[in-house]
Design a protein around this ligand. Structure first.
Ligand SMILES: [Zn+2]
Length: 277
């Protein structure tokens, strides 16, 4: 699943849903994000990290709490975990639901893991917008990114020019909105602020290919915004044909149409409640 290495950044991409796991190295630290999905894939990342770690500090960042993104946590016990306040504040019931999704997934494919499935215990919380966290020579800046889920995080790795976007700004997925379309739009709006504050040269989304130009980052943002606007209009018109047409030509229609349908349901509910109109 090793895909490429560019300076301090190494990308691993799962065969499942093109999910990205990133390893970033500095002189003093190794940072791993969202190690996933399949047991052999998690093991590949774990052993890569073990080989390069030396005496460096090991940090594990979660972009959000969707089960596919935290599934590899147990293989990195001992790492210091970084996540958002909302990620840490998930209730026992919510945590159990997420873990149950992992168990259901593993049962579905008869997958065995040599580590325990548990919810990540957070050591370093991003509490404030634009908060910096320093780990020796590794400096991260975090921005809350709700909309997809309520606990998403945009993270800039200073010095590496890297923006870790979680499940936003993908080139393969249109917005998957589980939390709120208004929050989703506000999160997309933060891209400009982040690009104006930080010398970002590489954006890695949770799924799909990285973007290495600002033009491409902007294009993705615009495309996501348009999708949400058009979905509101089409859903309000009551024309299912107009709704369906929005994802014509998408990459994996048999699966993606389900997410489009849930987006439609969520947006209809929001509009009925008077939001987003
Ligand atoms: Zn995801």
């Amino acid at each position: 699943m090793y895909k490429w290495k560019c300076g301090p950044v190494t990308l691993f991409q799962s065969d499942l849903y093109m999910t990205n796991s990133i390893v970033v190295e500095t002189a003093e630290c190794v940072l791993v994000t969202d190690p996933c999905w399949l047991p052999r894939e998690v093991e590949e990342i774990r052993s890569y990290v073990q080989d390069i770690l030396g005496g460096r500090r090991l940090l594990l960042l979660f972009t959000h709490s969707d089960f596919d993104h935290i599934i590899g946590y147990g293989a990195f016990k001992g790492a210091e975990v970084i996540a958002s306040r909302a990620f840490m504040d998930k209730s026992e019931v919510e945590r159990e639901e997420i873990l149950e999704q992992i168990r259901t997934f593993d049962d579905s494919y008869y997958l065995q893991r040599d580590y325990e499935i548990t919810y990540p215990q957070v050591d370093h919380v991003v509490e404030q917008e634009g908060q910096s966290l320093s780990f020796g020579d590794l400096q991260l800046t975090g921005y809350a990114a709700p909309g997809h889920t309520n606990d998403g995080l945009f993270t800039v790795v200073e010095g590496a020019g890297l923006l870790i976007a979680g499940d936003y700004l993908s080139d393969v997925e249109f917005p998957y909105i589980y939390d709120s379309s208004l929050s989703y739009e506000a999160t997309l709006g933060k891209l400009d602020l982040i690009l104006s504050r930080h010398p970002v040269t590489l954006l890695v989304p949770g799924h799909g290919e990285a973007a290495d130009s600002r033009l491409e980052m902007e294009r993705r943002k615009q495309e996501s915004r348009e999708y949400i606007h058009k979905l509101r209009t089409a859903a309000a018109s009551g024309s299912q044909k107009a709704v369906d047409a929005l994802i014509a030509g998408c990459a994996f229609p048999r699966n993606m149409s389900k997410f489009h349908k849930s987006n439609q349901e969520l947006i209809v509910k929001e509009m009925a409640a008077g939001a987003g109109s």
